[in-house]
Design a protein around this ligand. Structure first.
Ligand code: AMP
Ligand code: GLY
Length: 448
């Protein structure tokens, strides 16, 4: 068999992780990435291609005889890029448009979960603002302590969920969605009860029949330490998340993953790709679905793939060809922690920066450190910031504490004007485990 040519769609940290992992595989000769970023631009057997239009991508994949295309972001999945490739008999990893509705429409996802008795927060759907405002008036009158989330039906780049813990917050969110059309058409809004607990992300590869679950991860969605500030795309993640221990995982599989696949089958939505469960684990260890995604998480993919020891290409290819059973994923013992380095002002202001990034070589040269790029550019041997989330600095270790220490030691080597990152990534995991309590103390000391 000749060596494979792969095309990755997207240009963030998740895509750099996919590209790096695939480019390392024995069976892979070359990776193209559309559009890629500074990190992928600097790689030897990788080429960035400035294509976005589905027709251009199909033409490119045909011309280059691409053996496998892997889609990173949700937008092209929801818009049907996969269907487009399949119509041209081009192998592509990801759900088609029909199954991608699980991520593309909150109303669709909530009704699906309701129909198949998959645990999720109670919800209401509104098509106009007045009844929604009345609903909140009644709810808060009955009990002012009630807490809700207001969510856009459509995709909103991770910014479509608003806490509504007080009447003013509810009204503001409703106006933003229905009147300002903050997330798009603003035709439908989901209101759901707030759940309590801790969040985790469980990703599973599937060929439609078999699933292969990746190590569970935990993201840090808020912009600032101690989960303060606005929601972001994610400021850091680690894997495996001890929160999802064997007992919790068993419940996730039995109560969520398998019923979801059965429901998809029932609805004629069986597909191959990756299913991402955004979960809330309540204090008793019962998992609820906050959201489905039909793509790899960003930044969860960075620490997850950092732990992968076996090759990724054959497994993704097996998914596409319906022979995932028998494919093998081998994971390194220990843990990985990814600290996202962003620019000051993210996520509120998207400042297009153009500052040189220093210290990348030094950080990358450290043992058990990988620096994934996101908002970077590469010019004449130097890296510059583009804005938003810039890097995903990832440390590996025997324990989460060790991986965390490495990640932060690597972050300290890196500098650029306006650099900002959270200092508490993975601390929750350390606080949670009795064994970790001591380790957490050590880390705090080490950091002064
Ligand atoms: P979503 O885009 O639906 O995943 O929501 C974004 C974030 O809002 C989640 O990661 C949670 O932190 C929070 N969230 C959304 N829905 C709920 C809920 N029902 N209960 C508690 N937190 C929620
Ligand atoms: N890290 C959250 C997401 O990828 O949606």
């Amino acid at each position: 068999m000749g060596k494979a040519k792969v095309l990755v769609i997207g240009g963030g940290g998740r895509e750099h992780a996919l590209v790096r992992t695939l480019a390392d595989d024995r069976d892979v000769e070359h990776v193209f990435v559309a559009p890629g970023n500074g990190g992928t631009a600097a790689m030897e057997n990788v080429t960035n291609v400035a294509l976005k239009d589905p027709r251009d991508l199909v033409a490119f994949a045909t011309r280059e005889a691409i053996d496998l295309t892997v889609v990173g972001p949700e937008q092209p999945l929801v818009e049907g890029l996969v269907d487009h490739f399949r119509r041209h008999d081009l192998p592509i990893f990801g759900f088609g448009k029909a199954a991608a509705q699980l991520e593309g429409s909150k109303v669709f996802a909530k009704r699906f979960m309701q129909k198949y008795a998959i645990p999720t927060a109670p919800f209401w759907v509104f098509e106009r603002i007045r009844p929604a405002l009345r609903f909140f008036q009644e709810q808060f009158q009955e009990d002012p302590r009630r807490r809700f989330f207001v969510k856009a039906d459509e995709l909103c780049a991770g910014k479509g969920a608003f806490p509504a813990f007080r009447p003013e917050e509810a009204e503001e969110a409703l106006r933003k969605l229905f009147e300002e059309r903050f997330c798009g058409v603003g035709e439908r809004v989901v209101v759901e009860e707030a759940l309590r607990g801790q969040e985790a992300s469980v990703l599973a590869l599937t060929d439609g029949r078999t699933i292969a679950t990746l190590p569970p991860a935990q993201d840090h969605k808020r912009a600032y330490d101690d989960d303060q500030g606005p929601n972001t795309g994610g400021m850091g993640a680690y894997a495996p998340a001890p929160l999802v221990d064997e007992r919790v995982y068993e419940r996730v599989e039995q109560e969520i993953l398998l019923p979801t696949l059965l429901g998809m089958e029932e609805e004629g939505l069986t597909d191959s790709g990756v299913l991402y469960l955004g979960l809330m684990i309540d204090p008793k260890g019962k998992p609820y679905v906050l959201e489905y995604n039909v793509r790899f998480g960003d930044p969860e993919t960075q620490p997850i793939l950092a732990l992968l020891e076996s090759d990724l290409y054959p497994v993704l290819k097996a998914c596409v060809e319906g022979r995932l059973e028998g494919a093998e994923l081998k994971w390194r013992e220990g843990a990985a922690v990814c600290v996202v380095v962003a620019v000051e002002g993210y996520p509120e202001r998207y400042t297009h920066q153009n500052e040189e990034i220093h210290g990348l070589d030094e950080a990358e040269a450290m043992e058990d450190v990988i620096v994934y790029h996101a908002g970077t550019e590469y010019r004449s041997g130097k890296f510059y910031t583009r804005g938003g989330r810039v890097l995903g600095v990832t440390g590996l270790g025997e324990t989460i504490a060790e991986a965390r220490e490495r990640a932060y030691a690597a972050v300290e080597k890196i500098s650029f004007p306006g650099m900002r990152y959270r200092r508490d990534i993975a601390l929750k995991a350390l606080a949670a485990s009795a064994e970790g309590a001591g380790e957490a103390g050590e880390v705090e000391e080490a950091e002064g």
